[in-house]
Design a protein around this ligand. Structure first.
Ligand code: 26V
Length: 822
């Protein structure tokens, strides 16, 4: 019997080659001779997409037929990273495709490099959403991601004269082969205008919302394939477009240009991602983005239910909506409005459904990141929602009064409306009242939410609170990004660990095997060499491959304290200057990360790193023992290159400030040892790997609070610690700024003035711990053991574990198997 593989699904090398050539010709319209690298990339991407469409359609069909209970993960950000490599891994065809490309004279690595990643997120929160989608699909959980298809994602970062410069991100300019537009499922969203009470046809009074603007949302779907399963879930992102007829009607006085202008205004809604991480500014467009994607998504859910003949009364049985922070929390009044105004439910009926539908994840304790909308702005854009929020608030405050009689101050504190000055809607409080579950993202973070930020709500609804420690997907952050480590693991413990990360524990059995430790070091060395070559070719800087790779890669924020790391570098430099022959463990300090464009201090810290690098890297006294490199334009794609090379992972936020952190997990999973404070998930990492395999430094949260309470005087630390004083003085004197003492003055003033994030208090502990790190690194065997044990004990931090916890604790959703038959 002769069997011919289908060109769209076949997985043999011959078929892959044929399909690739076919897509190059018929989709890109090119012969190989004239094809660009992007043409080749696109041809391969379509070849891979063809191979997952069957799974995608079967998954959708199965969910529809079973009317399966589904998670809707609502998030303003999804930081997906490049898709091609991940899909090759999850389809299990990486090696075949690699071979097929080789036989065509192409290099898969190069083609993977070609992909522009969709940078539709700022950092941790958006990347977490992406890891969760991977785990949901891998665990075969019916789920949908809902968000915004920003035309411009997070800006591209360039460095000019040491300063960050932002360049717009044009990720769509070469086309996006991974998405399918679904215009037939477009929906309309109302904005602005006013409300009126009117009698309906039965003489009942009802509220009518008469908007002054309508925007259309068009869904773009991306398949999210699970790892070696048949499940392919959907990420559905909304693009805003003008509703032509409406706008032309509104401008029917012949104002053609005015109408076209309105069109641009509508399309602006999904134009650009706000590049702020942990700081909320009450911007009108941002609120428009939130209601836009939330309203589109809720209407999409009602459409899905109608298609499955599930009545809306069963909304909460069909969907659980996970709110990724407060950004989608207008979904609460929007669902109320849909059920009451558009589907004629009573308030109590609608509220009963709403309270069973939503679950809220909080991602930050920083007060400036808690979203509040000025009432005036909110009422102008969402007049009906504001009325609904007032009503929710009235009923809620009655409940509070009932539980805590005669406690006026509590009512004032808990009101959904902040009335202390200009009036605001407090979105986190709205999310708490409208959700049946409230979770933090690491044990310490949840504890602090309960004690502090949401303490009143914890007293009111203790049963709603729970912790869900974050996790990361080992598919992207190991299998795809660290093939060398995977190969070594494979030879010792197989690869069960990819689906059950606790399996890494088996590595502990090899930690005393000198041959294994040797292989481990060899492997790290090879990875480091790749990064050395990369740095040489992109920056011209020579890095010593035998130096310790000490890395801090994350968004720039004062609470993350990249400048504490800089104070350590300057301290080492000062020691060398005082005694050029001093024994020093050679280190390469690598930094990566973006600063919010309007965050002056964060940008000044980037400038400081580059300025210190300019001096240290060129000083002959240093003799290449220290190198400081700023790696520009940190992204998911770039992160995948960097984590595997790390030996020391810097996780040094002020205790009580970093909700969880997930970079900390990515580094440790790839064999880096952490130097860190007792903050966020560091606490749990330390617990898992053991104190002897973790470098702990700094104040605890309680100590931070206590010190603040008794009156913190940063100046005293500066005066008393000569090394600290020398380090600060070097910056203040203009030593790193061509003699200009003004450049870094704002930074120095901050540190010696109020030092909100307590760098001065933590400096000595940090430096002493770094000295221990240097000692430990000199003992190669000790260091290697620590590295192996870090990897072996990272099982808990798989996002599969997080997602299982969500499913079992409160989503109450079970896996649904997908058959691959036609
Ligand atoms: C707030 C805003 C305000 C409006 C403008 C856009 C914007 C974007 C993000 C945010 C809040 C971001 C909060 C956040 O990213 N938190 C991080 O969440 C990670 C995942 O849970 C966690 O690991 C980090 O510790 C936490 O900082």
């Amino acid at each position: 019997e002769v069997r011919v593989e289908d060109d769209r699904t076949g997985l043999s090398i011959e078929t892959l080659k044929r399909a690739f050539a076919d897509n190059l010709f018929y989709i890109q319209g090119k012969f190989p001779e004239i094809a660009s690298r992007n043409d080749f990339y696109m041809a391969l991407a379509y070849t891979v997409r063809d191979r997952l469409l069957r799974r995608w359609l079967n998954t959708a069909e199965t969910y529809t037929r079973n009317a399966s209970r589904t998670v809707a993960y609502m998030s303003a950000e999804f930081l997906m990273g490049p898709q091609l490599g991940n899909n090759l891994i999850n389809l299990g065809i990486y090696d075949q495709v690699n071979q097929a490309m080789k036989e065509l004279g192409l290099d898969l690595e190069e083609l993977l490099e070609e992909e522009e990643e969709p940078g539709l997120g700022n950092g941790g929160l958006g990347r977490l959403a992406a890891c969760y989608l991977d785990s949901l699909a891998t665990l075969e959980i019916p789920s949908l991601g809902y968000g915004i298809r920003y035309e411009f994602g997070i800006f591209e970062q360039d460095i000019k004269d040491g300063w960050q410069v932002e360049i717009t991100d044009k990720w769509l300019s070469a086309g996006n082969p991974w998405e399918l537009p679904r215009p037939e499922w477009s929906v309309e969203v109302k904005l602005g205008g006013h409300t009126e009470m009117r009698a309906d046809e039965h003489g009942h009074f009802k509220v009518y919302w008469l908007p002054d603007k309508i925007v259309k949302g068009i869904p773009y779907d991306t398949p999210i394939l699970g790892y070696k399963t048949n499940t392919a879930n959907t990420l559905r992102l909304w693009k805003a477009e003008a509703v032509e007829s409406f706008d032309f009607y509104a401008f029917d006085s012949g104002d053609y240009l005015g109408a076209v202008h309105q069109k641009t205004v509508s399309e602006n809604i999904s134009k650009v991602l706000y590049p702020n991480d942990n700081s909320a500014q009450g911007k009108e467009l941002r609120l428009a983005q939130q209601i836009f994607f939330v309203s589109c998504s809720l209407k999409d859910m009602t459409r899905i239910m109608a298609g499955q003949n599930v009545p809306l009364e069963q909304f909460a049985d069909k969907f659980v909506i996970q709110l990724n922070d407060t950004h989608p929390s207008v979904a609460i009044p929007e669902l109320m409005r849909l059920l009451i105004d558009e589907h004629n439910m009573t308030w109590d009926q609608a509220w009963g459904i709403t309270k069973k539908t939503f679950a809220y994840t909080n991602h930050t304790l920083l007060p400036e990141a808690l979203e509040r909308w000025p009432i005036s702005l909110f009422g102008r854009m969402l007049p009906r929602h504001l009325e609904i929020i007032y009503e929710i608030n009235n009923r809620f405050l009655d409940e509070v009064r009932m539980k805590f009689p005669d406690d006026v101050d509590r009512l004032r504190r808990m009101s959904l409306i902040d009335e202390s000055g200009e009036r605001y809607v407090r979105m986190a409080f709205l999310a708490c009242v409208g959700s049946y579950s409230i979770n933090g993202v690491a044990a310490l973070h949840t504890e602090l939410l309960q004690k502090d930020v949401l303490h009143d709500f914890y007293e009111m609804y203790p049963e709603k609170f729970n912790n869900k420690t974050n996790g990361i997907t080992p598919r992207r952050f190991m299998v795809l990004s660290n093939p060398r480590l995977c190969k070594l693991l494979h030879s010792k413990i197989g690869d069960e660990w990819v689906k059950n990360l606790y399996e890494l524990r088996k590595l502990e059995g090899f930690v005393d095997d000198p041959e294994f430790r040797h292989q481990w070091r060899q492997m790290k060395q090879e990875i480091k060499q790749d990064v050395v070559d990369y740095i040489k070719s992109t920056t011209g800087i020579n890095v010593n491959v035998n130096s310790m790779f000490d890395i801090q890669a994350k968004r720039f924020h004062e609470y993350k304290r990249q400048h504490l790391n800089v104070l350590h570098i300057i301290t080492l430099y000062n020691r060398i200057k005082a005694n050029p022959n001093i024994e020093i463990t050679p280190r390469t300090f690598l930094f990566g990360g973006k600063a919010a464009p309007g965050y002056y201090m964060a940008k000044l810290i980037i400038k400081l790193i580059n300025s210190v690098g300019d001096i240290v890297n060129r000083d002959p006294d240093v003799r290449d023992r220290l190198k400081v490199v700023f790696l520009k334009d940190f992204s998911v794609k770039f992160a995948q290159k960097i984590y595997p090379a790390a030996e020391l992972s810097e996780q040094i936020s002020t205790a009580g400030k970093e909700a969880s952190g997930t970079g900390n997990m990515k580094f440790a999973l790839n064999g880096a040892i952490t130097i860190g404070t007792l903050d966020g998930a560091n606490v749990e990492i330390l617990e898992e790997v053991g104190a002897e395999n973790f470098f702990l430094c700094g104040l605890t949260t309680e100590e931070v609070y206590a010190l603040k309470a008794k009156g913190y005087k940063p100046w005293e630390y500066y005066k008393k610690d000569p090394e600290l004083k020398l380090a600060i003085d070097r910056i203040a004197s203009g030593f790193f700024s061509h003699g200009d003492p003004n450049l870094f003055k704002p930074l120095v003033d901050h540190l010696l003035g109020n030092d909100q994030y307590m760098l001065m208090a933590d400096y000595r502990s940090y430096i002493d711990t770094q000295d221990e790190v240097s000692q430990a690194y000199r003992d190669i065997d000790r260091w290697t053991r620590m590295s192996i044990l870090n990897v072996a004990r990272m099982g808990k931090f798989s996002s599969d574990r997080s997602i299982r916890d969500y499913c079992e604790d409160f989503w109450k959703i079970q896996p649904v198997k997908i058959d691959l038959k036609q």
